[in-house]
Design a protein. Structure first.
Length: 501
């Protein structure tokens, strides 16, 4: 409690408030621009935060994360082009409302629902993350290995259409993490005689390439796409009747979004789609969904913003990214010499509570920005992409080089930009690769330490209850859906006549 009270000083620090405001405005702008995402923006911005103190750097990225998730709803409603993947469900009912002249009402509902979802999840983060960190004190190398394996298994459902492709991407990321000198055996692995690779490949140029560079190449193929634009009427808060109609949807979606966000490797897109489906299922006017139902906006917007705080829970408490963007934030913590996990809560609780408060401030800020400036932000979409994406490329090159002032990092970024473009053509998501790269080091090191602890007797893993629990969850996550699917399929094959017999 003392750490929380001390962290309230952030409210009176003009510099930190300015940093949070910059992150919030930048996040909304990034969310508004179709093709850009908070993940890509944080990856591009991360190298430029290296010279900042840890708190302003993480506060900036966290504010951008929160606001970027909301910003995508503006273009989803006005031009039917979700600025961020989690806003895809919002477009289903938001754009029809805009077509019939209710863009202001739709934007108002999206803004309020997003704010409530974000604030709810941050309060859950404040309570749940320290509790989870206390449990993690009981973790040793075997438990961390089992946890990392569980985190990798969750990549099957992080994004994309194919679980197998996601797992392949994660395995590729783990393979990349092995590049460099093995400090246990001093053997060089996959360095190809390049001295710059002896310390391994840093994840920042890989992130920039997979998210920024690959998106640049993908956007180059669609420069002639023109979005139909709808003029927004005056932005206004939802009426009392509107709010009464959606309050149950918002409350339910806050819980769904936070829970989905806490699951390692899940994220706002999954939370938004589930919340949309639940809003439709519980609605008395489900036939109006897809035609401009306000519940179809409130549900996904509350859920995808609630997922942001939820995703930070495993990231900070266990060091397991809760989403693609939190994987970047996890990387930022490492760059600044901070080790996510229980020891971070013990050693620097004031820093963590300051991050929590920064996220709260960001949610309040984008409430004001969204209501007052949605029409202004929407006009950012008029920026020709022939100007926008070359600027993104320049930032990608500068950001890759700035980390270690090495051209090899620029070449790594370009190589992974090309790889990312090819992967996307074959529907491989970049997020599992990044998470595999980050978790790969934890998997390898904790496994080696476990070998030493157990004197190479792997059966001793099964004498560690927490490790056994994570192994069981891993098997359930990988094979449970297949088993349930086959069971359901076999059950449906039984006709009523067969059941009667």
């Amino acid at each position: 409690m003392d750490a929380f009270i001390s962290s309230l000083s952030i409210l009176f620090d003009p510099y930190l408030l300015l940093v949070i405001l910059a992150g919030t405005v930048g996040g909304v702008l990034v969310g508004v621009l179709p093709g850009l995402s908070s993940t890509m923006a944080t990856a591009l911005l991360l190298p430029f935060t290296v010279t900042m103190a840890p708190l302003p750097a993480i506060a900036l990225l966290s504010a951008l994360y929160c606001a970027g998730t909301y910003g995508g709803s503006i273009t989803a409603i006005l031009i039917n082009a979700p600025g961020a993947p989690p806003a895809a469900a919002t477009a289903l009912d938001g754009y029809p409302m805009a077509l019939r002249g209710e863009a202001g009402r739709a934007l108002g509902i999206a803004t309020v629902a997003s704010t409530i979802g974000g604030i709810f999840s941050v309060f859950v983060l404040i309570v749940a993350a320290p509790l989870l960190a206390r449990v993690a004190y009981k973790f040793g190398a075997p438990e961390y290995f089992a946890l990392a394996v569980f985190g990798l298994s969750m990549l099957a459902s992080i994004s994309g259409k194919s679980s197998v492709k996601n797992l392949i991407g994660g395995a590729f990321g783990v393979l990349i993490s092995t590049i460099g000198v093995d400090f246990t055996t001093s053997v060089e692995r996959f360095t190809f005689g390049l001295p710059e690779l002896t310390e391994g490949i840093h994840f920042i140029p890989v992130m920039i390439g997979l998210f920024g560079g690959a998106e640049l190449l993908a956007q180059a193929a669609s420069l002639d796409v023109v979005y139909k634009r709808i003029a927004a009427v005056a932005i206004r808060l939802p009426s009392r009747d509107d709010f009464r109609k959606v309050r149950g949807v918002i409350a339910r979606s806050c819980g769904i979004g936070t829970f989905i966000g806490i699951l390692p490797a899940e994220g706002g897109t999954v939370a938004a789609m589930i919340a949309y489906n639940e809003a439709k299922r519980w609605s008395k006017e489900s036939d109006k969904f897809g035609q401009g139902a306000i519940e179809g906006i409130a549900g996904p917007e509350a859920a995808n913003n609630a997922a942001t705080g939820g995703a930070m829970v495993p990231t900070l408490a266990l060091g397991i990214p809760g989403s693609a963007t939190t994987a970047v934030i996890l990387g930022a913590l490492m760059v600044h010499g901070l080790r996510p996990g229980p020891y971070l809560f013990a050693e620097q609780p004031q820093l963590l509570y300051s991050i929590f408060i920064a996220m709260l401030i960001a949610n309040v800020m984008f409430l004001g920005l969204g209501l007052a400036g949605a029409k202004v932000f929407a006009r950012v979409t008029l920026i020709p992409r022939t100007f926008l994406w070359p600027a993104v490329f320049v930032l990608a090159v500068v950001g890759s080089y700035a980390l270690a002032q090495s051209m090899i990092d620029v070449w790594i970024m370009l190589i992974f930009a090309l790889l990312g473009f090819v992967f996307r053509r074959y529907e491989f998501s970049p997020a599992p690769i990044i998470m595999g790269l980050i978790l790969g080091e934890l998997v390898e090191n904790s496994l080696k330490q476990s070998f030493l602890i157990f004197d190479h007797n792997l059966l001793l893993f099964f004498e560690r209850p927490i490790a056994v629990l994570f192994f069981a969850l891993t098997l359930a996550g990988l094979f449970g859906p297949v088993f349930v699917g086959k069971l359901t399929k076999n059950f449906r094959k039984l006709s009523p006549a067969t059941l009667d017999e």
